[in-house]
Design a binder for this molecule. Structure first.
Ligand code: 5GP
Length: 112
């Protein structure tokens, strides 16, 4: 079971700011921006590389949920960044798909 699944199930502590039937949105434990959340599917899929065709709607739902959270928290108009690190070279450290939702400051490009 992934660390995110354990947070969603209440087995370990974490702050969940939004939930629906398909995903949960957690506060990142090591925020890299004033607003830093993780949109996590309740279905435990290792990465987008591991998602199947049957998961296409779920993947879209994660982006929609991120946009909804940014709107509800009032920083959507200022803009934000969505990041999905994938695999070793992508910098993924937790093997359970998650969309980083980061805002509250201007972002730079390119990322490291
Ligand atoms: P990745 O490197 O896989 O793209 O992102 C993993 C993210 O999960 C990191 O931003 C890291 O701070 C966050 N994270 C790791 N462990 C925990 C935890 O136990 N709780 C929460 N809320 N976030 C975590």
């Amino acid at each position: 079971m992934s660390i995110f699944t354990k947070i969603i199930s209440g087995e370990i502590k974490g702050t969940i700011i939004h939930q629906d039937d398909l995903c949960a949105v957690l506060v990142d434990i090591q925020p890299q921006a004033p607003k830093h959340f993780l949109v996590v599917p309740k279905k435990e899929i290792v990465s987008v590389h591991h998602a199947s065709e049957a998961d296409k709607n779920l993947l879209g739902h994660l982006l929609w949920a991120a946009a909804e959270v940014a709107r509800k928290l009032g920083f959507a108009e200022d803009g934000y960044r969505l990041v999905i690190n994938t695999g070793r070279d992508g910098g993924q450290t937790v093997p359970h798909i998650h969309v980083h939702l980061m805002g509250g400051r201007p972002m730079t490009w390119p990322p490291g």
